[in-house]
Ligand binder design. Structure first.
Ligand SMILES: Cc1cc2nc3c(=O)[nH]c(=O)nc-3n(C[C@H](O)[C@H](O)[C@H](O)COP(=O)(O)OP(=O)(O)OC[C@H]3O[C@@H](n4cnc5c(N)ncnc54)[C@H](O)[C@@H]3O)c2cc1C
Length: 447
């Protein structure tokens, strides 16, 4: 018997672990653990928490539709694993690998517990599109890549030569254990708030993500490269929240678009996703970069105005309004608002990173960190510190009629296409002066 634990892989097909399990022909317990650490601090009711619960509800639905059993328990993952290992003749514990600091620590603890009891611990890589565990041997470099462009070149040839396609095993092919140890079920029962969150959500998951992808391919893929920054028209795939919870695999997104007109620009973005996952895997500093730079010249003075959409810079306030209300913000505006916070307002990037954690539906620790490091000119392959986006110019360039601002800040609708992008009277900073100050401050931070 095996134990398989779902984490950021909330789907029932194209799972590397399912292919592995299918070769063994044994029965197993399939488990989803709701980890209190990951849903604390208001996360359960946040946009990203609600998204996770929606995909988890969908996973339960997929198991039930296939006549299979998925058990859901609440508590410390190592303690739950240990209690099931002691109660069932489980030989092997199988998971998909995860690379964030918390998940590495959690998996060390589970792995130790599994080995202590004399069972096998089997993490399997699944999240990246390319096999990033095999990639370093292919790239044959003394040091991991730090810059995207050479990484992307090598990634492209690696994908051509060594891409490993979607797996064929689905939950229908596996045999799941119906009943598990009752004392574990009682000890790790879901609290009512979690049950309600899980039961009271719309079932989304793979069907919805595939429908989105299908629509994206039919209507937007061909023009994606040119139109992705025209944020007022919503031209991107909207798949991130499904990719990050694993409701859809990066492989299926790739295979459904590969070779189609316009796919190159889109697949390049999937390569950016792999680039950040690669950094999380191979660059120790990726998650502690703030400890390497002296960020003491930065301050949280204006953070509240930024987060409550009260800066007086229309595009910033519109983007934060959209985020606060819906959990969404287009990529270009994530860049503009992050640069504005870290440069013009001189706030530490960690404050914005933390804010996005609670507010983005598609929040992902690794991609979010990559984005914030890039915008704050820290980390590897970041935006040069002296190249600071001007929010008013960005707004005019990517949405000349200001329709995005008009949608989210209707009280500005009376302004002309020219006026609508400009800072309002009472704006909390002067764009030109704050830009010059940021360059001086970041020069000292980065020296
Ligand atoms: C400050 C900041 C914070 C960010 N935080 C997150 C986050 O928490 N979660 C998240 O998924 N993305 C994050 N991104 C990256 C990017 O903004 C989103 O992936 C994208 O907006 C999601 O929309 P989409 O699915 O329509 O993407 P599409 O444009 O359709 O792209 C397809 C996929 O490619 C990947 N991708 C696209 N752009 C990027 C990028 N710049 N970096 C890495 N991968 C990318 C995503 O997986 C995305 O779903 C952040 C970017 C910045 C600048």
């Amino acid at each position: 018997m095996y134990l398989f634990i779902h984490r950021k892989d909330l789907r029932t097909s194209d799972m590397r672990a399912f292919d592995y399990i299918n070769r063994k022909h044994t029965q197993g317990i399939h488990l989803l653990i709701i980890d209190p650490i990951l849903i604390g601090e208001g996360r359960l009711t946040s946009h990203s928490g609600r998204n996770f619960m929606a995909q988890a509800a969908s996973l339960l639905f997929s198991y039930a539709s296939a006549g299979k059993e998925l058990h859901v328990l609440y508590g410390d993952p190592a303690a739950i694993t240990e209690s099931l290992l002691l109660a069932h003749p489980i030989e092997e514990v199988i998971v998909h690998s995860d690379y964030t600091p918390y998940s590495r620590q959690r998996d060390d603890q589970i792995g130790q517990a599994v080995r202590r009891i004399g069972r096998r611990w089997m993490p399997i890589a699944d999240a990246p599109l390319a096999d990033l565990e095999a990639f370093p041997a292919y790239a044959r470099r003394a040091e991991p890549y730090k810059v995207f462009t050479p990484f992307y070149r090598m990634w492209g040839s690696f994908m051509l030569e060594s891409y490993s396609p979607m797996g064929s095993t689905t939950i229908d092919d596996l045999s799941t254990v119906q009943e598990i140890d009752q004392s574990a079920c009682h000890a790790f029962a879901l609290p009512e708030a979690v049950s309600c969150a899980l039961g009271g959500t719309n079932v989304e998951g793979s069907p919805k993500s595939l429908a989105r992808l299908d629509r994206f391919v039919r209507e937007r893929l061909a023009s994606y490269g040119d139109a992705r920054d025209a944020y007022a028209n919503d031209q991107t795939s909207g798949l991130a929240r499904f990719l990050n919870t694993g409701a859809i695999s990066a492989r299926s997104a790739y295979e459904l678009t590969q070779g189609l007109h316009g796919s190159e620009a889109w697949i390049r973005q999937l390569a950016w996703r792999d680039f950040y996952l690669y950094q999380a895997m191979y660059h120790e500093d990726f998650f502690k970069y703030e400890q390497l730079a002296d960020l003491s010249p930065l301050t949280d003075t204006n953070f509240k105005a930024w987060s409550t959409a009260a800066t007086g810079i229309p595009i910033i306030d519109a983007a934060l309004t959209q985020l606060n209300r819906t959990g969404e913000m287009p990529n270009r505006l994530r860049m503009v608002t992050a640069m504005f916070l870290t440069k013009n307002l001189l706030c530490p990037f960690t404050l914005g990173e933390q804010y996005f954690r609670l507010h983005l539906s598609d929040y992902d620790n690794t991609l979010n960190r990559g984005g914030w490091l890039w915008c704050s000119s820290l980390g590897y392959d970041a935006a040069p510190y002296f190249r600071i986006m001007n929010p008013a110019i960005q707004s005019r360039t990517h949405d000349p009629s200001g329709s995005y601002i008009r949608r989210w800040l209707p009280h500005l609708d009376h302004l002309s296409d020219k006026e609508i992008h400009l800072p309002q009277s009472g704006a909390i900073v002067d764009l030109k002066a704050s830009r010059a100050r940021a360059i001086e401050v970041y020069k000292t931070i980065l020296k």
